[in-house]
Design a protein around this ligand. Sequence first.
Ligand code: BES
Ligand code: ZN
Ligand code: ZN
Length: 494
Amino acid sequence: MKITFSDIKGDWRGALCLVVWQGEGLGATGRRLDALGDGQISRAIEASEFAAKKDATIEILAPRGLNADRLILAGGGKKDDLAIHDFETLGGAILGKLLTGREKSAVVVIEDLPGNGLDPAAAVAHLAAGAKLRHYRFRKYLTGDKGKPANLKTLSVQSPSTAAARAFRPLDKVVDGVNLARDLINEPANVLSPAEFAKRVRSLTKHGLSVQVLTEQQMEKLGMRALLAVGLGSANASRLVVMQWRGGRKGARPLAFVGKGVTFDTGGISLKKAPNMDHMKADMGGAACVAGLMSALAARKAKVNAVGVVGLVENMPDAAAQRPGDIVVSMSKQTVEVLNTDAEGRLVLADALWYTNDRFKPRLMIDLATLTGAIITALGHHHAGLFSNDDDLAAQLASAGLETGEKVWRLPLAREYDKLIDSKNADMKNIGGAAAGSITAAQFLQRFVGKTPWAHIDIAGTGFNSPQTAINRSWASGFGVRLLNALIARDYEG
Ligand code: BES
Ligand code: ZN
Ligand code: ZN
């Protein structure tokens, strides 16, 4: 969908959507249209008791006095209560309504922008971003009518803000990053092998990212036996992909983002049960977000140095697969007793985190992973789990979460939990028992990050199969891209 911005123009065709603020009546444009149609709009508002509550809509077909086929009134809610993310959900709700029609083009008119400290250009740009996020569908494998793209091809956003187009430019790239992550997550595992994932990341060099792909032989040389052990049962070879973006000061230490990229998690020899096992095609959701984030940073030319590292493996049961009880030597030289082959994500991240820290000496490291079912038990689908060895970083992430609506909730790390993964036979075991499953997984990761400020975000509940929202109608949400982009933009750029 092509999105354009302009001031409010008079001649509307296709579908026209007018944002109405709660408690403020119609604005100048609304009053003008109402007069052209002999009060039809006021009567429709009255008849439907439309109160302009946030994201509520009503529709007037063939509005009198207008060239447009449909006039939609969209409630903006109480103008001065809105935060920037509310403009995204408003844009999403509007697009949802627009998608129900047959029009190829639509216009959204938004005037009397809030004066509560929000930048009006940013507000309009976020409305457009929300619309574009809502427009995303994964239709690749639908044939016939179901596979047809949406009718709506162009959206013209009209407002008094002259800077909206400029404000949208970087946001547009972030939305592309989110949609890239969604595409990767929605893609089935018979198509998206580690090698295919790596290939798709390679194509991001077009944005100015530098991409390096490590093969199993190269990882073997580096001693990444924990990561490689996970892929032993798979016919698809493992990969480690390194993405670099250098938009910051020369020589400044990079921010590092590390993703769990298990392209399919059967559990391995500790095989998962059949129900919902198909969900495990999304077990590369952390890696998908890292790819989406890195492509967004490069495409919007972020003033920061960043590196993204994703460990790509497939966890399958096979004669060559690792067994419960196996002991592996990680790149860090720490040994791990693998008591459950289904706790594989931490094995992948152990080597990916160690490698990233060792090679790049990053200013901070943040990993994203669909790591534990237990985080769904703890937090459901509305917050991701956050773990950190650094209070400032944790606070920055929490606040970026509130700004973007990609919320995180911090859980503790502590010596008592760390003891639960000590093993008699090796330096540690890869499971900690029934209690505090998400925390013991995070404790495991912490043993591979040294003293570097680090945060771990468990997105098992938020990355996919999460509730459908105004800005997401796809199974894969792309959770994490906007969160980390906001963290960088607010606290680390320039
Ligand atoms: N990929 C799963 C975690 C998961 C479960 C993500 C459900 C999304 C939805 C992970 O590899 C796993 O299987 N973890 C185990 C750990 C256990 C064996 C200690 C789990 O959560 O059951
Ligand atoms: Zn698993
Ligand atoms: Zn997994």
